[in-house]
Design a protein around this ligand. Structure first.
Ligand code: M6R
Length: 602
């Protein structure tokens, strides 16, 4: 997804912008560019990877101590040099970088064309510098021209803007696309995301919708776009270290993040305790509860549904965000709990808005403080997994699951459906789970690496599970298709006989998620069923389970936990399997093709 970086200070802007762009790479992009200002406006941009573009164009020779940079993920117009950002006005004095979509750009183009302006790209963004130019020609100063421009834009946008006429300021505007201001000493930054500015400062202000910031090298003044009123906001002290956002010696962010799961779960469980009562009250007063999410967060929501039903006797409906508006009914009695790592996923935000418009109450569970979803919600809950750079969600999945398990236990306490003793024991076990995760990682990693080597050339993978094992299987299949580009399909084990079994033949790898509990013996039958048709069963089962071992090709043994906590341990070999197969196939697990970390368009 598009990333914005901006700098104003005493140092050479281009070098800092280039570094910032590299730190935004994980958002996904197809082109990149930089504009700086010295005695004139300089701009370099192109399609491709940042390092290649830099080798071709050499960003380092761009003079100036103020500038903006951008990584683009195409929405309007194909990836190309002309469509890459920044975009400039016809006079070559104003440069703009943009994340989001300007819905009324055709109308604005028409207006500008009728006033003598020409367009050189297919983007929606190009109207912005030209409209600013238009207003400056009417006598507005830079700030006023930006305000007049923005008030005519429909859609979502985070903008970074510089002007040759006022080279001592950088203007940032935010509406429904993330933007932060990094406060340095005699230098300031704007960025789509914190990791871009972390090497330079840990003090950031998160901009809110409808705000613009006039940023000089010594201060940032935030104003409401509509009224011009100044907004006072205390900066946040970011506790993430630079090291937390870097690879810490692991070859890939994904592997580092897989190994960070004990901490992510521990921190989340600790912090959740304070928030849970508010969320419980909201849910207990609801007539209907929706859990809404996409991708991995959707799988965490399915696990949440299972836990809420099993422990708290509460019924919830889990819906993929992009399907919500077509299929769901929300009213004043509805609570929608939106789960989103980034808090910026457009489909989830849309579901939230639809539900809200129908009177529903909104709670969110997100990993990103100050993200868009937090502003749309009546109640905000956080996972504390730290920044996740790998496109494939790993530690944030575990943090979401841990949060939802904690919620289910607290709700069960409030509803007095289980004995205090039983719930206490569960709570104690859950708080010990970070150690079990650590043990599991140590036990399974060498074995999984070996299995990955043997199965790297498979063209199809099946994942089967029952009960809570099914969403685990779904998440395992998603990881494999996402980063190893292998067709992988998760199916409830009981559904095999209704169709998928026809595809099982000699040599087809089938990952069986065999969790303890009520479904165990039925799952065992499914394992046999697959084995009998020649499928190569890779089973995940509790340590010491001799029964499963009799029918499978590979057995991955997982330390024992309560059935409800198995998603936190069983998911580890599945994440590792996808990771090692991706590496074996010579792919980059951190940056899978066609995918972005945070999907901010519907
Ligand atoms: O930021 P979100 O949790 O809202 O993102 C949802 C999905 O886009 C995300 O989980 C995606 O499926 C991951 N790349 C999966 O690894």
């Amino acid at each position: 997804m598009c990333g914005i970086i901006g700098y104003i200070g005493k140092r050479q802007a281009a070098a800092i912008l280039l570094d910032g762009l590299k730190r935004l790479e994980y958002r996904g992009y197809d082109s990149a560019g930089i504009a700086t200002i010295s005695d004139k406006l300089h701009m370099k941009k192109d399609k491709g990877k940042i390092e290649e573009i830099d080798r071709r164009l050499n960003f380092a020779d761009m003079p100036g101590t103020i500038g903006i940079g951008h990584t683009r993920w195409a929405t309007h117009g194909e990836p190309s040099q002309k469509n890459a950002h920044p975009h400039i006005d016809n006079a070559g004095k104003i440069a703009v970088v943009h994340n989001g979509i300007i819905e009324n750009y055709e109308h604005l183009r028409h207006f500008l064309r009728s006033n003598g302006y020409s367009f050189y790209s297919d983007t929606d963004t190009e109207v912005v510098p030209n409209l600013i130019n238009y207003f400056m020609r009417q006598g507005h100063d830079f700030e006023e021209a930006v305000r007049s421009t923005v008030s005519r834009l429909k859609g979502s946008y985070a903008l970074g803007i510089v002007s040759l006429d006022e080279p001592d300021k950088l203007i940032a505007v935010r509406k429904e696309s993330p933007l932060i201001i990094g406060l340095g000493v005699d230098e300031m930054f704007i960025a789509s995301d914190v990791p871009a500015v972390l090497p330079y400062t840990k003090r950031v202000i998160v901009m809110e919708d409808g705000e613009m910031a006039i940023v000089t090298s010594v201060k940032a003044i935030i104003k409401r776009v509509d009224s011009g009123e100044i907004v006072e906001r205390k900066p946040l002290e970011i506790t993430w270290t630079i090291e937390m956002a870097e690879k810490r010696g692991y070859p890939h962010f994904m592997l580092k993040e897989i190994h960070e799961q004990p901490d992510a779960v521990r921190e989340t469980l600790r912090a959740a305790q304070k928030e849970l009562d508010g969320l419980c009250d909201m849910l207990l007063n609801a007539k209907r509860i929706y859990l809404v999410a996409c991708g991995t967060a959707y799988h965490a929501a399915l696990i949440g549904k299972y836990a809420l039903a099993q422990l708290a006797g509460m019924s919830t409906e889990v819906v993929i965000s992009s399907e919500f508006q077509e299929s769901c009914m929300a009213d004043e009695g509805t609570v929608l709990l939106a789960i989103s790592q980034s808090g910026e996923t457009a489909d989830t935000l849309k579901a939230v808005r639809v539900a809200k418009a129908n009177g529903a109450k909104i709670a969110c569970l997100t990993n990103v403080v100050g993200s868009s979803i937090t502003r749309e919600s009546d109640l905000v809950c956080h996972t504390y997994a730290g920044p996740e750079i790998g496109v494939a969600a790993t530690k944030t999945f575990s943090a979401q699951v841990a949060y939802l398990l904690s919620l289910a236990i607290r709700l069960a306490e409030k509803r007095s459906l289980k004995s205090k003793k039983e719930l206490n024991e569960l709570a104690i076990q859950l708080h010990k789970i970070p150690e079990t995760i650590l043990d599991t990682l140590q036990i399974v990693e060498p074995k999984v690496k070996d299995i990955a080597r043997r199965h790297k050339d498979a063209t199809n993978f099946f994942f089967i599970g029952r009960g809570i094992g099914y969403p685990i299987a779904m998440e395992g299949a998603l990881k494999l298709k996402e980063i190893a580009y292998i067709h992988s399909e998760a199916t409830p084990a009981g559904e095999l006989k209704h169709g998928p079994l026809a595809l099982i033949q000699r040599g087809v790898p089938v990952v069986a998620v065999v969790v303890p509990g009520a479904s165990y013996s039925r799952m065992l039958s499914n394992v046999e069923e697959v084995g009998a048709r020649g499928g190569e069963v890779i089973a995940l089962a509790v340590e010491g389970d001799v029964e499963v071992g009799k029918h499978v090709t590979e057995l991955i043994q997982i330390p024992k936990t309560h059935e409800l906590f198995t998603p936190l341990t069983y998911i580890l070999p599945l994440q590792l399997l996808a990771y090692f197969i991706s590496v074996e196939r010579g792919l980059d697990p951190d940056r899978p093709r066609h995918l972005a970390k945070s999907v901010t368009v519907e």
